[in-house]
Write a protein that binds this ligand. Structure first.
Ligand SMILES: Nc1ncnc2c1ncn2[C@@H]1O[C@H](COP(=O)(O)OP(=O)(O)OP(=O)(O)O)[C@@H](O)[C@H]1O
Length: 565
């Protein structure tokens, strides 16, 4: 379906409304499947798809879908492993571009994999050589897997995400160790501090026990040359310290699943783990964890590999679901229009961007029957200033565009004919120069050229030229439009003149009903069909008559009287 630039702006604002409700970037692409089309079958297909899918959307989905993140299995090069193969396999192995390949084992690798019995036995496939490529993204996206599983549960369906999560649990101890490795320094230094604090405590106690009577006893033994007891006394504290060191070491060994003497015994206070010892340990642990991670990943991948395509499907479905959820949120209270022949009509349409709008019913053509209408295709919309004429044109455009997108529309009921083109011409407030007049006139003429089914909405054209000329121009344009069976709604204050020129046209009027208790205009946004809209000057005069005093009041009384005669 073709839209001119201002109609396109309305389409864009509708798209924006849906877009801003979509939480996942990956769901945005689905919007492109709903561009306005003049293909009736396609519209009906979209309607059927939405009717079925929107009914599945439930309130709890928003939060769950918001937690879905893309799971990307990206190819990587593993510098930590060497694949040893024989000559016949060398090319094939190299072409995988996943890790170094050699004919003989070499030093400097954490993992040696081989097809010819040098290290861990593997076949030449990515899932055997680097199973982490699949397993790590899944592990890192456990939240997404949980969300997918809950989404499916909410829809009463089974999810492979659940199965994958169960299998991934086998990786938990290895991953915990990996976590510990990141904080290895802090863990060791913390234990070191604890240990030194405990030793300090012991030393303090020890010095206290030396005071007083015991000190005299000590001196006596010293005089007697009885060094043994003195040594035994001091070695007791040494034993105590060594016991504390072992306690700390056992704690660390248990935590890190190792068996090493970490603390140096050379100085007993303060004790310290030398930095290079930590580095050696880190390296050792890294190798161990890598191997463990590789082996477990391989094991898990064997079981879940067949589930990955289904998982991809589920993710795609989740993106689609999020798109549908946003559409449902946006179209709350809307209805699917009936695709009909003979024009555009709706009951209780509500403007998308006016807060608490008054619902308006309208008809162009003979798609439905409303009192006061007679199947007219060309309509002149007249009426009170700020009555809602522009807003009604916008509402007609919104209903038309939504229909052609295949979406439900913002009305209680609607009947819309499939159109080839939609034109919307806004009133150009900014300039009244000849340039503007010329361009506007050209684009009006342009809208009438091509054949096809068209809806042309024009907002107050006379604003850019003098009323006399406007009647002639508009009159002629509308005649051409009528001859070509286009649907046209034009906002104009020249209703009376145009009506006498164009017997085929209907003149509708939006009217002010009167003044409220604060003397503000009460406008009935619902146009009266076939009735020229009274403009509001009379009500303004009435307002002034009521609010002014003395001589001024008298003037307004006389004007008001003139209106009533
Ligand atoms: N159906 C509606 N319900 C509630 N408010 C509305 C409705 N239609 C229009 N309005 C409000 O009325 C005001 C005037 O609307 P609009 O600009 O469409 O009037 P207009 O008749 O085109 O005015 P003008 O005579 O200046 O061209 C706007 O603030 C709009 O939000």
């Amino acid at each position: 379906m073709k839209l001119n630039s201002e109609a396109r702006a309305i389409y864009k604002s509708i798209r924006e409304e849906i877009k801003k409700r979509i939480q996942l970037k990956e769901s945005l692409a689905y919007l492109d499947n709903f561009t306005p089309t003049n293909d009736k079958e396609e519209i009906l297909k979209r309607q059927n798809y939405l009717k079925e899918s929107l009914s599945k959307i439930q309130p709890g989905l928003k939060e769950l879908l918001g937690r879905v993140k893309p799971i990307r299995f990206k190819k990587d090069y593993f510098h930590d492993r060497l694949l040893v193969v024989d000559e016949t396999e060398f090319e094939k192995a190299k072409n995988l571009e996943i890790c170094d390949v050699a004919l003989e084992p070499e030093d400097g690798y954490d993992l040696i994999l081989s097809t010819i019995g040098y290290g861990i036995d593997v076949g030449i496939s990515i899932s055997e050589i680097a199973p982490e490529l699949y397993i790590l993204p899944l592990w890192e996206n456990k939240e997404t897997l949980k969300a997918l599983s809950n989404i499916k549960a909410l829809l009463g369906e089974k999810s492979v995400a659940n199965e994958i999560l169960t299998k991934l649990k086998e990786l938990t101890p290895t991953m915990k160790k990996k976590e510990l490795l990141i904080n290895l320094d802090e863990i060791i230094r913390e234990e070191e501090n604890n240990l030194n604090a405990r030793i300090e405590e012991r030393l303090k106690e020890f010095s206290l026990t030396l005071s007083g009577k015991e000190l005299l006893e000590f001196l006596k033994r010293l005089k007697d040359g009885n060094y043994e007891t003195i040594f035994s006394h001091f070695s007791q504290i040494e034993d105590d310290i060594l016991r504390e060191i072992r306690r700390s070491e056992e704690k660390l060994n248990k935590l890190l699943e190792i068996d090493v003497e970490l603390f140096s015994r050379e100085t007993l206070y303060p004790v310290e783990v030398p930095s290079d010892a930590i580095e050696v340990l880190r390296h050792e642990l890294e190798r161990e964890i890598k191997l463990e991670l590789y082996l477990k990943s391989r094991e898990i991948l064997k079981k879940i590999r067949p589930l990955i395509p289904k998982l991809r499907e589920e993710l795609k479905k989740a993106y689609e679901l999020e798109f549908l959820r946003a559409v449902k949120e946006f179209t709350q209270g809307f209805t699917f229009p009936t695709i009909a022949e003979g024009g555009i009509g709706f009951i209780n349409g509500e403007h998308l961007f006016i807060k608490n709008p008054q619902p308006v019913s309208y008809i162009i053509g003979d798609v439905i029957e409303l009192d006061g209408t007679n199947g007219e295709r060309v309509i002149i919309l007249t009426g009170a200033n700020s009555g809602g004429k522009t807003s009604l044109l916008e509402l007609i455009a919104q209903v038309t565009i939504l229909t052609h997108m295949g979406l439900p529309v913002n009305a209680e009921k609607a009947w819309v004919e499939v159109l080839d083109e939609l034109f919307f011409f806004r009133r150009k407030r900014s300039s009244y120069g000849a340039g503007t007049f010329e361009t506007v006139l050209k684009s009006f003429a342009h809208s009438l050229i091509r054949e096809g089914k068209k809806l042309i909405l024009i907002d107050e054209f006379e604003a850019i030229t003098e009323p006399g000329a406007a009647v002639k121009i508009i009159g002629e344009l509308l005649k051409i439009g009528h001859e070509k069976s286009f649907y046209i709604v034009i906002v104009s204050h020249l209703g009376e003149d145009l009506k006498s020129m164009l017997p085929f046209a209907r003149v509708d009027g939006i009217e002010a009903k009167g003044l409220d208790e604060n003397l503000n205009l009460i406008v009935d946004r619902q146009p009266k069909f076939g009735i020229l809209g009274k403009s509001t000057p009379e009500l303004i005069v009435e307002k002034l008559y009521h609010t002014k005093r003395g001589q001024e009041k008298e003037i307004f009384r006389r004007i008001l009287k003139a209106f009533k005669e």
